[in-house]
Design a protein around this ligand. Structure first.
Ligand SMILES: [Zn+2]
Length: 370
């Protein structure tokens, strides 16, 4: 099994580490495990990537740019914001270490241009072998009801209309039914849930189509430049909540990293995101219970088994006492389940610079307990 390492180099204008520090950390993790790619971003410091890239290439490791697409867009570029079906701007509800999770409109050609221009301006000459597209989604219940009912700006309203959904009807249906809008007929572990109300159901399906259309354009742009395209995706079971339908969106991917985060109490954490549905629609019927155990992990691996691109499920290995209470046993359990499935590899997320000690990983990709 091969490994992808993920490193957060800093926000656009900040830089957290020197190339030497990163190289030394990769070296300490690399003894005995086969590293395939390194995902790093999104500080705009070109010299970091030039230095790191030449070291990685000397070792036969690919370097991919970690690029957020529909959130964390540089505010000075004034991207077209996301709006909800109630006509309001979607709030940025929380920040994690400076990340805003403030989402912009996926249908906006201008927003897609910002992504492409950002790449050209800061990263095109840095030796990247590919891009890793993050935040290719709509907002979740993280921004409450407003988040789940976005984006429905003027452009998105038209896109919904062309696909047969009037967002004014969605608003009326929610206002009439409240929690019952989300009544569930079935919620399989691949996340393609069916709601009792056909219009409510169609809303979620079209939202996925709109996200996939936008991703097709952006991924196509990078592929036309000869770059590999990787994708950061919600775990299957919660993917429909953010407009990610695996069979659709993965058509444009060379590889995917489903975020199988069972210990993350922050956006994209599986239990965290599902609990937000409970919180925002407590009276909705038919909801399921998710146990964050290894049997559950296997349902998620099973759900991606037939997706026809390379699969490197992501496991969080960084540690934070409040947000990400990982431990070596958890990591060992997760990696061994992935190994059983025979996928191309696993991604060690989401910042190997924040792993407490390199002892988390050892020879053969197995983790030491202590
Ligand atoms: Zn929009």
């Amino acid at each position: 099994m091969k490994y992808i390492l993920q490193i957060f180099s800093g926000f656009w204008s900040t830089l957290r580490y020197r190339a030497e520090d990163i190289i030394s950390r990769i070296d300490s993790l690399a003894s005995g495990i086969e590293i395939d790619k390194v995902i790093i971003g999104w500080s705009t410091d070109a010299s970091l990537y030039r230095q790191l890239g030449s070291w990685l290439h000397g070792k036969g490791i690919q370097m991919l740019l970690w690029l957020p697409i529909f959130s964390e867009v540089r505010a000075e570029l004034q991207p077209d914001p996301a709006r909800d079906v109630f006509g309001k701007a979607v709030a940025a509800p929380s920040t994690q270490e400076g990340e805003t999770f403030h989402f912009v409109c996926p249908s906006s050609g201008r927003n897609a241009e910002i992504v492409k221009e950002t790449y050209e301006q800061f990263f095109s000459g840095c030796g990247f072998d590919g891009v890793f597209l993050d935040r290719i989604r709509s907002q979740s219940f993280e921004a409450g009801i407003s988040g789940i009912f976005s984006c429905a700006c003027e452009r998105c309203r038209r896109a919904f209309q062309e696909k047969g959904v009037n967002t004014a009807d969605i608003r009326k249906l929610y206002e009439a039914q409240k929690d019952a809008f989300f009544d569930v007929a079935s919620w399989p572990m691949d996340g393609e849930f069916l709601l009792e109300n056909p219009l409510a159901q169609r809303y979620f399906e079209v939202r996925e189509e709109i996200v996939a259309d936008a991703v097709s354009d952006i991924a196509g742009y990078f592929k036309s430049k000869g770059l590999l395209v990787g994708m950061d995706l919600f775990a299957p079971v919660v993917s429909r909540l953010v407009g990610q339908r695996y069979p659709l969106i993965t058509r444009y991917a060379d590889f995917i990293k489903p975020m199988l985060y069972r210990r993350t109490e922050a956006p994209a954490g599986i239990g965290y995101e599902y609990a937000l549905l409970e919180k925002n629609a407590p009276k909705a019927r038919g909801k399921i219970r998710l146990a964050m155990d290894s049997a559950f992990l296997r349902t998620q691996l099973e759900a991606i088994r037939n997706i026809p691109c390379a699969k490197y499920p992501g496991i969080e290995i960084n540690h934070d006492e409040k947000l990400v209470r990982t431990d070596p046993g958890y990591i060992r359990e997760s990696l061994s389940a992935i190994r059983e499935y025979g996928f191309e590899g696993a991604t060690l997320c989401w910042d190997i610079m924040n792993v407490p000690e390199a002892r988390y990983c050892s020879r053969d990709g197995r983790t030491k307990s202590k």
